[in-house]
Ligand binder design. Sequence first.
Ligand SMILES: [Zn+2]
Length: 482
Amino acid sequence: MPAPLLIRDATWAVVWDAPAKRHAYARGMDVLLQDGRVAAIARHDPDAPVPAGAEVVDGRRLLVMPGLVNIHTHPTSALPARGVREDHGVPEQQMTGLFERLQAFRIDQEGQAAGMRLAYAELMSAGVTSVVDLSQPFPDWLAIMRESGLRVWAGPGFADAQWGMAAPQTVTWMWNRENGRAQFEAAKRVMQEADADNSGRLHGIVFPAQIDTVEEDLLREAIAHAGETGRPFTTHIAQAVVEVREMIRRHGITPIQWAAKIGLLTPRSILGHAIFVDEHSSIGWHTARDIGLVAEHGATVAHCPTPFALYGEHLKHFGKYRARGVNMGFGTDCAPHNIIEEMRLAIVLARNAVRDIAAADTNSVFHAATVGGAEALGRPDLGRLEKGAAADVVLVDLAHPLMSPPRDPLRALLFHAADRAVKRVIVAGETVFAEGRPTRLDVAEAAGILAESQARMLRDARGRDWRGRSGDEIAPLSLPLH
Ligand SMILES: [Zn+2]
């Protein structure tokens, strides 16, 4: 256990108002972290005793807030796509380049591990203390999670089908059911290992990769397994127009209606990303039931604005989902893993989509990125600062120029400073990130390894791409090389 940590006289704190079930501001607060928990949180008392051996942090010019909960990321595959995916898309597929890239680009284990290290450092730098890591497992996966000190839900992916394409306007599903079954069995072992980890910070999350790539019987088994083990469940659903059209072709109903029908929507279900609901303008299906179904079943939406907004698409109405009772949480999906900037973009997109200032605001997105995610993971002790909660805390530097003047520190953080003002990130009372660096996670060699691995990935794309192109031909540099 780390030494007790006392933050004295914090200028601002975001505290949990339990009766009202919402965050509130408090000024001039003492916060004591001890034995992995928030041991005390009260108005500053200059005469209060300091526990033996405690580290004392001067809280004047600090905002103390709960650690952010990121419920959808792919840290092992996100960074190899940096510099590749930002301007890449297939116009015939509503601009998304997902299907083409997944077929052409395969990152090796060295690249996965190095990318993961850098991605975890990014996650922490933006104040994340809990993260759902959805990946293809590889040997060092859990060891790197443990090394980071973060609280991680490991979601080893499994699927019966892989996407392919033979022409820009078509996506094909290449089925291999034995493979899906074997991946599910392997995933169970990895989740068990995570749950049994001594740190108490690793957990499993059941992750059939996509609603359209897993057969009904395996999906039913997966949700039953989540129920039996008490683990959360997640899958990609309503994330692409191509997927929604295919699911309607197969079942005559939208993927969300089908998921409800086969029992996948539960209070422990996280939907990545439930963007293309029946009411979405790019779908225009005749029903208007999807959002209501998600709410009725108590499922959570993992809202990740950036990767979809890149293709001119996004979840249209954050406010309407919330108003209809959907629990909203935040994820970063891809790089950059900047959940603070995702909150800002969510506000901007929601207001632009529906021309309503109330469609989203600082309070509602911050709630989603903390309590919303914690509820989805079944952890009422996360995402809030109150006595007895987990000691997952972020210290924000109010002296940073972009936080000035700190009249409303969350607005300053979300709309102005973002990660630049994040000074220190604490998980279970232990500092995992301080002054711009992870304290436990080794990232020294990662950048070099990642660059070499990415170069191999781009070169080898020639053997996988539907037109036999290299990575540089699929996604040319943004400027010609002079
Ligand atoms: Zn995803």
